[in-house]
Write a protein that binds this ligand. Structure first.
Ligand SMILES: *Cc1c(COP(=O)(O)O)cnc(C)c1O
Length: 367
């Protein structure tokens, strides 16, 4: 039979499974802790800007996201001409893959890396090469060993989702120095706002000092604008020039752009979220470990909880147990983590309910 055939690799892509979005049962409070969304929502100023933008929906957006690039430039001390905005950082990652990958190319991601990377790679007919991690953390030597003459991109989320681990700046620099200069290193800093380690750098310095590194960032996490789909990248002029040729001319909507500008300016809102996250990340890690479960040390707004394989204690059973109490976590089978659950740090109420739920689960109580 003759029919249209997708490009090589496309049907090898495992469809992306997003975090469950529960429909609350009447009378039961549901806490969605499965998609790393902020429990605080966006800045009220961002919501106001979004509503103002509703007055002119008949106009096309300004095609280069100029006001947002300028605002990002002010916030991070960057040249706006070296920034590109996109419909979420997902679009940016896909634009990078479109621009630099093709059949016969390879791109490297890590064993428990963000799943958008292999999707973007395989959607562009390139081969996804997986580098082993150690202790649920990207391993520079294993990435370097995976490099071949066909390698075009290395994808690295720093910190990584779903593990919550990070590479110190020294290690990222060692990675860059060990990669051939024609390999594009993509540093995805989606969770950088939550990191409070002084050996961490989000990638700006490396982008500024090399011409083969880009950093991507998002408004979906600490800024709470996931629904608007808005992200950005910072890169060398030649990369920005190439990606801009591939980018759709109106890829970012005006309401998203204006809400993001207002969100960036509300530093108090960001600080509040950062402080809350750090406090409850420490508390959750400690309390969950006290129950006899392993928690991978996290620097992001979520924690990775490991369960034993023994019946009655498995991650599947824990997931079902917590779900009955309206606590929705993320199972990670498609991340090669069959015995772990990822929990987004929530409100104090949600965090306490999860620990209580896990305590009851480990004690063998009824949900
Ligand atoms: C959430 C997340 C993003 C953000 O994606 P958007 O498309 O900007 O919403 C990017 N990278 C990682 C690793 C993430 O977890």
């Amino acid at each position: 039979m003759n029919r249209p055939v997708p490009n090589p690799g496309v049907l090898d892509i495992a469809p992306y499974t997003p975090g469950k979005s529960p429909v609350p049962e009447p009378g039961r409070k549901v806490f969605k802790l499965s998609a790393n969304e902020t429990p605080f929502g966006p800045s009220p100023k961002a919501i106001a800007a979004y509503k103002r933008a509703a007055e002119h929906l008949e106009d096309y957006p300004e095609g280069t996201s100029r006001v947002l690039r300028q605002a990002i430039g002010r916030a991070f001390g960057l040249d706006p001409d070296r920034i590109i905005c996109g419909a979420g950082s997902d679009e940016i990652l896909n634009l990078l893959a479109h621009t630099y990958l093709c059949g016969g190319c390879e791109a490297i991601s890590t064993a428990h890396g963000f799943l958008v990377y292999p999707i973007a790679t395989m959607a562009n007919c390139a081969r996804n090469v997986v580098a082993a991690e150690s202790n649920f953390t990207a391993d520079v030597d294993s990435i370097l060993r995976a490099v071949t003459p066909r390698t075009k991109i290395v994808w690295l989320a720093n910190p990584n989702n779903p593990t919550g681990t990070y590479l110190p700046f020294d290690e990222v620099k060692r990675l860059r120095a060990g990669l051939p200069s024609q390999v594009l290193l993509v540093l995805d800093a989606a969770y950088s706002d939550y990191v409070s380690r002084n050996d961490y750098e989000m990638g700006i310095e490396l982008v500024a000092t090399t011409d083969n590194t880009v950093m991507t960032h998002t408004f979906s996490k600490i800024h709470g604008l996931a629904a608007l789909r808005i992200g950005w990248m910072f890169g060398s002029a030649h990369i920005v020039d190439a990606v801009n040729r591939v980018r759709g001319p109106f890829n970012v909507s005006t309401p998203a752009m204006l809400a993001a500008v207002a969100a960036l300016e509300d530093t108090a809102h960001q600080e509040m979220s950062r402080t809350h996250t750090e406090k409850w990340r420490n508390w959750l890690s400690e309390e969950i470990r006290k129950l006899g479960l392993e928690v991978t040390p996290s620097v992001a707004n979520f924690v990775l909880i490991h369960f034993p394989a023994e019946k009655g204690r498995t991650s599947d059973e824990a997931d079902a147990f917590l779900a009955k109490r309206g606590l929705v976590l993320r199972a990670l089978k498609n991340y090669q983590l069959p015995h772990a659950l990822r929990m987004t740090i929530g409100t104090e109420e949600a965090n306490r309910l999860v620990v209580e739920g896990l305590r009851d689960f480990m004690a063998g109580s009824k949900p």
